[in-house]
Design a binder for this molecule. Structure first.
Ligand code: CAP
Ligand code: MG
Length: 427
């Protein structure tokens, strides 16, 4: 080991999962064993040839392929153990440069997908995880006892409304019955809707909506920007009485996200995952959403988009269910994963979004349970009677679903109109 790409496949090795970070890969290669050696070598201590600078004691930092299963002559699933000393504590960019770095581009592999990752307690302990998480956000809305799903909307059109129009639409949605209003991922601070104006008007509208409904509400402005500006925007939201912010967590980058969390600004973070599908979607190459979700829980986002199963975005039910579980539960190996115990790291509120409408709610709850924010943009503002009616239809659909009443039988004009337009999904 350490000498070119050889000696990393060690099926006899005893691997204590508390002493390694373990990564599970799917790979395709003309020579599976050579590829496994290349993957473990390049992602730890090796390179393509022997080097004169190598010292035997460096071997202890080498990754170990301790189990693999060939699916056919040219593909396999393998578990690779990375000694903890290979990693700098609490440095997610470094973690990814290691286990998800050069290896995706090596000639030895035709395809490579990081399917799963498992962190031992020693690695987890440096991270704080979500400061609010499921229970913290439930406290803000007042659903600690009912434990019902939260209903949200994204103001639509995605961009184009001015600050006052935006605030008016948000008000209509809150009064209609949603708990949570958010900016879209591509709305930040464009000329037609400057961030500060939008936040001021929308938080004023939120106060009025709280008074009108007697309910707590949340507004999540999108603070995505270069780092310093992101901090400035978060402080601005806080100073104006805001109670959550949204970040496009992939496009801002892991370094910015980690640093932002360490500022401990005191607001929960709604994580939008725009761009994730560039590397999560291909089932044979890239990084799975499960891995991404585990990393984001570690870094500490409080709400995370996971896919809606019955919506407009590609999402396989079994995968989305597993992602939801990994955000909120400990997993063990019988789940056909590497397992994960989360210790002190709090659960994350999962978010189902993308192409949803009132009629989607029974299916979303069936698949994803109640610790979920169910969001609809088009499915609220596209209601024939407008935003307030769309929001009411969402809330009525939630009530009906929680009471086990078929939506078609629920006495709500707004809901019935929504169903005639978009239908109902029970699964
Ligand atoms: C939903 C949404 C979200 C998607 C992204 C949108 O709007 O705001 O960005 O949910 O996908 O713009 O599409 P609609 P995901 O309700 O109008 O579809 O949640 O899977 O990351
Ligand atoms: Mg969006």
């Amino acid at each position: 080991m350490g000498e070119a790409y050889e000696g990393y496949v060690r099926l006899e090795a005893k691997v204590d999962p508390e002493e390694y970070i373990i990564a599970r890969f799917y790979l395709e290669s003309e020579n599976v064993i050579r590829a496994l050696n290349a993957i473990a070598g390049e992602s730890s201590i090796g390179t393509w040839t022997e080097v004169k600078t190598y010292k035997p004691e460096i071997k202890r930092l080498g990754a170990i392929v301790y189990t693999y299963e060939k699916l056919n002559e040219m593909s396999a699933v393998a578990d690779v153990a990375y000694p903890l000393n290979l990693f700098e504590p609490k440095n997610v960019p470094q973690l990814l440069s290691d286990v998800a770095g050069n290896i995706f581009g090596m000639k030895e592999v035709k395809k490579l997908r990081l399917i799963d990752i498992r962190f031992p307690e020693d690695y987890l302990k440096e991270f704080k995880g979500p400061r609010f998480g499921v229970d913290g956000i439930r406290k803000l809305i007042g659903t600690e006892t009912s434990r019902r799903p939260h209903i949200g909307t994204i103001v639509k059109p995605k961009v184009g409304l001015g600050p006052k129009e935006f605030a008016r639409v948000a008000y209509e949605a809150w009064v209609g019955g949603v708990d949570f209003v958010k900016d879209d991922e591509n709305l930040t601070s464009q000329k037609f809707c400057p961030f500060e104006d939008r936040v001021i008007y929308t938080l004023e509208a939120m106060d009025k909506a709280k008074e009108a409904t007697g309910e707590n509400k949340m507004y999540s402005p999108n603070i995505t920007a270069p780092y310093d500006e992101m901090i400035r925007r978060a402080e601005f939201v806080k100073d104006h009485g805001g109670n959550i912010v949204m970040i496009d967590v992939i496009t801002v980058g892991f370094s910015a996200l980690q640093a932002f969390m360490d500022e401990d600004i005191g607001l929960p973070v709604h994580a939008h995952r725009a761009m994730h599908a560039a590397f999560t979607r291909n089932k044979k190459h890239g990084i799975s959403m499960l891995v991404l979700a585990k990393i984001l829980r570690l870094i500490g986002v409080d709400q995370l988009h996971i896919g809606a199963i019955v919506g407009k975005m590609e999402a396989e039910a079994s995968e989305v269910i597993l992602i939801r579980r990994s955000l909120q539960e400990d997993l063990d190996r019988s789940d056909d994963t590497l397992g994960q115990r989360w210790h002190h790291i709090r659960p994350v509120f999962a978010v189902a979004s993308g192409g949803l409408h009132p009629g989607s709610i029974p299916a979303v709850i069936k698949y994803l349970g109640k610790d979920i924010v169910i969001q609809a943009g088009g499915g609220v503002h596209g209601h024939p009677k407008g935003t307030r009616a769309g929001a009411k239809a969402m809330r009525d659909a939630l009530e009906a679903s929680l009471k086990g009443i078929p939506l078609e039988e629920y006495p709500s004009e707004e809901l019935q109109e929504a169903i005639s337009l978009w239908g109902v999904r029970y699964e």
